[in-house]
Design a protein around this ligand. Structure first.
Ligand SMILES: *Cc1c(COP(=O)(O)O)cnc(C)c1O
Length: 411
């Protein structure tokens, strides 16, 4: 019953109606896609366009500026295409921590009728967001405390986060940076903050790895991205640059040939992409990932473990297999941070361990990321593993393998 509820695309019967065809997983293979041409919308998305944006040209739909301009930003906007539950409707007029923002593309993937649909839960607020639970804090990771310049978080010895914008094309309801994103209504880029941050990096020769994050760096215009990358690349001790983003999942139209021409100039450039659920891996997303991979960008995924969204082994296995097919290597599973109003999203830590245990040995090692807790109070990422070391006997170290069998290593 649980599986039925969690994946409406898989349940042709049940509450889902026949206007919601299954998402075309694996529908289009790379060979059939011309990477230079915009992608024709997948079946589900096409039905949504016809319904909600009739007459919209493919050129407009594939234009990321059009996607941002036409994003859904209120419960009232959402009610124009979703059958909202009482719980979702009740949020209207309430003061949530984060504003609502969903691109038309991502909106097209949400179940119209089922408020329990995984993707819908990640972007449509519910009243639980207003409930503060024990241990929750505005800035649980104490990033403000670690900030050396206004938009830098320098916690580790050789690398730092550079928060280049407070804007995202979609606001995830469990956002770890809910304390800082979307706080400035005009999202004015403060050039001085950037210059100050770049100066700090220049003066700290121990920094060999800079992670552009935010907000979402890929929502910046091409010229701003080029400015940041060129400034950082000009610093001799900066060896690698990374971009942390959810854009390939929520706004794949942003991955244009023009953007790739810029990114390619600043190698070695890595990308960490926030993926949540296999329903996100549409033909559009596959194409965006393939374009990034062809531009020579090594990609890793970051996934937050979320209750009733992705908290079981089959969902993670499917997601990671789909990602590996488009050359994205699963990198981290995060325990959900205790931001205000996140109680309904958080699972016990046991759940994360169960997921790692269900993957390791049962599928490619490439599909097994690190499960980490970002320690409240600013301790950084701490990895957790199921117990594989049983103890010691006279012959050495007693280990347990993925099938539960014991082996002794003569240590
Ligand atoms: C996650 C994070 C990093 C990067 O960590 P890696 O394990 O190197 O990917 C760097 N700085 C901060 C503050 C972080 O939260």
């Amino acid at each position: 019953m649980k599986a039925l509820k969690k994946n409406v695309w898989a349940s042709a019967s049940g509450e889902a109606d026949d206007q919601e065809p299954p998402l075309p997983y694996g529908g289009i293979v790379q060979a059939e896609v011309n990477l230079q041409q915009p992608c024709p919308p997948n079946q589900v998305t096409q039905a949504f366009i016809t319904n909600r944006f009739p007459g919209t040209s493919q050129a407009d739909w594939n234009n990321w500026h059009w996607q941002l301009r036409n994003s859904f930003k209120s419960i009232k906007d959402l009610s124009t295409f979703l059958h909202l539950s009482q719980d979702e409707l009740a949020v209207a007029g309430q003061n949530t921590n984060l504003p609502i923002r969903i691109t038309p593309y991502y909106a097209s993937l949400l179940s119209k009728f089922n408020p329990d649909h995984p993707l819908r839960k990640t972007v449509v607020p519910v009243m639980d967001e207003l409930i503060m639970s024990k241990g929750e804090a505005e800035d649980p990771l104490c990033e403000t405390h670690d900030s050396v310049a206004k938009c830098l978080v320098h916690r580790y010895p050789d690398r730092l986060l550079f928060l280049v914008t407070d804007f995202c094309s979609a606001y995830c309801r469990y956002c770890t940076r809910s304390h800082m994103v979307a706080k400035d209504k005009n999202h004015i880029i403060k050039r001085n903050d950037w210059l100050q941050a770049i100066n700090y990096i220049k003066n700290h020769t121990e920094i060999r790895d800079v992670i552009l994050s935010g907000g979402d760096p890929l929502t910046l215009p091409d010229c701003h991205i080029e400015f940041l990358l060129s400034q950082l690349r000009a610093i001799p001790h900066v060896e690698i640059i990374r971009i942390g983003t959810k854009v390939p999942a929520v706004l794949p139209q942003r991955i244009t040939p023009a953007l790739l021409r810029i990114l390619k100039k600043y190698h070695p450039l890595y990308m960490s992409i926030h993926f949540t659920h296999p329903d996100e891996i549409t033909p559009e997303v596959k194409k965006a990932c393939n374009m990034l991979a062809d531009a020579g960008i090594p990609m890793g995924s970051q996934t937050v473990l979320l209750k009733d969204v992705n908290d079981d082994v089959p969902t993670f296995k499917k997601l990671f297999h789909e990602l590996l097919k488009v050359r994205v290597r699963p990198y981290y599973i995060y325990q959900c941070d205790p931001i205000p109003g996140s109680g309904h999203f958080r699972t016990p830590v046991e759940k994360g361990l169960e997921i790692i245990q269900g993957l390791r040995g049962f599928t490619s090692g490439y599909a097994v990321p690190h499960y980490v807790i970002d320690a409240p109070g600013g301790g950084g990422k701490i990895p957790l593993l199921p117990e594989y070391v049983i103890g010691r006997n006279d012959n050495g170290l007693v280990l347990r393998n993925f099938e539960g069998n014991e082996y002794v290593y003569p240590d």
